[in-house]
Ligand binder design. Structure first.
Ligand code: SF4
Length: 472
C-alpha cells in the first residue's frame, strides 16, 4: 500500500462527512469497547498482567538479537526454514522465490499487517500469482480494492448492506436472486467459496502474533479459523512476520495472549490459538510439507536504537484505536497507511519518515486514553509529543530560529524586556477594541481579530495600582 499519510487533513474532513463510516464507527463503543470493559471486570488480576506484559516486552526488546537467534535455532531444529529480510522488498522477493520453487498456482492468505506493510499482495499479483485473502474482512476488502482500516477488524468501516452489495456484484456467477438477507447468509456464502480455495491452494501465507524462542513456534490467533486452514492445508506454509514478535518463553507468551484477547475483542481467549512448530512431522495427520518463516526488519532495528523504541512493544490489539476520540471520528483510512490510530501515529513516522507523516502525531488530543487502555502500557502520548517536538525542530527555518534566539536573549534581560513590551503594548492600543490585521500575525488575524492592548503592560499597570493603593 502506497503511503498517503500526508493527506490526513483532507481525508479526515471527508471521513467526518461520510454517513456510512460514521454509523460503522459508532459501533466501536458498543462492540469492542464494551466487551473489553466486561472482560477486564471479570479478570481481577488484569493490572498485574499488564505490568507483566510491559516487562516482558521491554526486557525482550532490550535483548532482541539473543532471543531471535534462539528462535532461529529452535525453529530450524523443528524443521522450519528461517529467512531474514532487511527490507520489505527483500521479504517480497523471498516469498516469490518460495512460491516459484513450489510451482504455486494459487495462494491463500491469512490476515497479516506486516504483509500489508511490505505490499506483498501487490508484489505477488504483479508476478502472476493469484492470492486469495481468507479472513472475511480482508476478503471483502480485496473484492472492493480497498485497504484495511483497523488492525484487528480490517473492514470495520463497512456496513452489512455494503458487504451484501459487494458479494452480489463480485460473485456474479451465482444466482442473483439468492438470499443474502442476514449476516449468517453472507458469511455462509464466503465460507462455501473459501472451502475450494483452501483445498486447492499450493501455498498458504499467514502472519504470526508471536514467535516463541523457547520452542521455535509461531503463534497465530484468529476467530475464524482461516489462519489454521491457510497454514495446514496447502503443501507449503509461509509465515511473514517482523522481528519484534519474538517472546522468550511459552509461559510469557501465555501472559501476552491473555492480554491480547481481552484488550482486542473482549474474550478470555481467542477462538483459535495455534502454535505452528515446523512442518508436518511423520506422526502428524496433516500439515504442510515445508514451513518457511520470514522475519522482516524493515527499519525496526533503527527504531530499537532510537528514543521511539517503546513503540515496538505493541502486541497489535487495537484497543488504543477503539478508545481514541480521533480514530473513532475519522476512521482508519484517514491515516493513509497500514497502521492507523494512536499506534499508527507513533509508529508510522518511525517506519516511513517524519516529513510525510507529520500530521499524524498532531492527530491526537493527548487525552491519554490510549496509554490507559494499552495492555503493555506503551506511553503513546509521550511518543507523540516526541514526534511533535522533532517536527517542530525540523520545520524551523533559520529566520524563525533567529527570531526565537533573539526573543530568548531579550527575555533573559528583564529591563530590556519590559521596555520592549511597553513599546509593543502602546503600539497595539486601539480605540476599536481589536485589530483586523497585525504585522507578522497573519496566521491569527486571517480567522479572527487580535484583541487590542490597554496601552500598558501588566507590570506597569500593577505598579501603578500598588502606588495608588499606598496610604499617602
Ligand atoms: S499500542 Fe497498545 S493498545 Fe495500541 S495496538 Fe499496540 S498494544 Fe494495543
Amino acid at each position: 500500500m502506497h503511503p498517503e499519510t500526508h493527506h490526513f487533513s483532507e481525508r479526515s474532513k471527508r471521513a467526518a462527512q461520510d454517513k456510512d463510516l460514521q454509523d460503522a464507527l459508532e459501533g466501536l463503543a458498543t462492540g469492542f469497547v464494551a466487551r473489553r470493559k466486561d472482560a477486564i471486570a471479570d479478570c481481577a488480576h488484569f493490572e498485574a498482567l499488564r505490568n507483566q506484559g510491559r516487562d516482558i516486552r521491554t526486557r525482550t526488546c532490550a535483548d532482541l538479537e539473543r532471543h531471535l537467534l534462539s528462535f532461529e535455532a529452535k525453529a530450524e531444529q523443528a524443521g522450519s526454514r528461517i529467512h531474514w529480510a532487511e527490507t520489505g522488498d527483500d521479504a517480497c522477493a523471498i516469498v516469490e522465490k518460495i512460491c516459484r520453487d513450489a510451482e504455486a498456482q494459487s495462494i491463500v492468505k491469512g490476515k497479516s499487517m506486516v504483509s500489508e506493510e511490505i505490499g506483498l499482495n501487490a508484489h505477488l499479483e504483479a508476478s502472476g500469482y493469484a492470492v486469495v485473502e481468507t479472513d472475511l474482512g480482508e476478503y471483502l476488502l480485496q473484492l472492493r480494492g480497498e485497504t484495511p482500516s483497523h488492525i484487528i477488524a480490517p473492514a470495520i468501516h463497512l456496513s452489512e448492506h455494503q458487504a451484501r452489495a459487494t458479494f452480489l456484484k463480485s460473485h456474479d456467477t451465482l444466482n442473483p436472486k439468492r438470499d443474502l438477507g442476514t449476516p449468517e447468509t453472507i458469511v455462509g456464502e464466503a465460507r462455501a467459496l473459501m472451502r475450494d480455495k483452501f483445498l486447492n491452494a499450493d501455498v498458504g501465507i499467514t502472519g504470526a502474533n508471536f514467535l516463541i524462542a523457547e520452542t521455535g513456534s509461531a503463534v497465530v490467533v484468529t476467530n475464524e479459523g482461516n489462519g489454521d486452514l491457510s497454514a495446514t492445508l496447502p503443501k507449503v506454509h509461509i509465515i511473514v512476520t517482523s522481528l519484534d514478535k519474538v517472546v522468550p518463553t511459552l509461559g510469557e507468551t501465555s501472559i501476552l495472549l491473555q492480554l491480547l484477547a481481552r484488550s482486542a475483542t473482549g474474550q478470555a481467549m481467542t477462538a483459535y490459538t495455534t502454535l505452528f512448530t515446523g512442518p508436518r512431522h511423520s506422526t502428524d495427520l496433516d500439515g504442510p510439507d515445508a514451513c518457511h518463516i520470514i522475519i522482516v526488519d524493515n527499519g525496526r532495528s533503527d527504531i530499537l536504537a532510537s528514543d521511539a523504541a517503546e513503540v515496538l512493544n505493541c502486541i497489535r490489539c487495537g484497543a488504543c484505536l477503539n478508545h481514541c476520540p480521533i480514530y473513532t471520528t475519522v476512521g482508519g483510512h484517514s491515516y493513509g497507511w497500514v497502521y492507523p490510530g494512536p499506534i499508527g501515529a507513533a509508529l508510522n513516522p518511525a517506519l516511513l519518515d517524519l516529513a510525510s507523516t507529520r500530521d499524524l502525531p498532531d492527530a491526537s488530543t493527548l487525552c491519554g486514553r490510549c496509554e490507559e487502555v494499552c495492555p503493555v502500557k506503551i506511553p503513546l502520548p509521550k511518543l507523540l509529543r516526541q514526534w511533535r517536538a522533532k517536527d517542530y525542530a525540523r520545520r524551523q527555518t533559520s529566520r524563525k530560529k533567529l527570531a526565537i534566539m533573539a526573543w530568548a536573549w531579550m527575555a533573559k534581560r528583564p529591563t530590556l524586556y519590559a521596555l520592549w513590551a511597553s513599546v509593543i503594548a502602546r503600539a497595539l492600543k486601539s480605540r476599536h477594541g481589536a485589530h483586523h490585521t497585525v504585522p507578522l500575525a497573519k496566521g491569527w488575524t486571517t480567522h479572527r481579530d487580535f484583541p487590542a492592548s490597554e496601552g500598558q503592560t501588566f507590570q506597569a499597570q500593577w505598579r501603578r495600582a500598588k502606588k495608588k493603593a499606598r496610604p499617602s
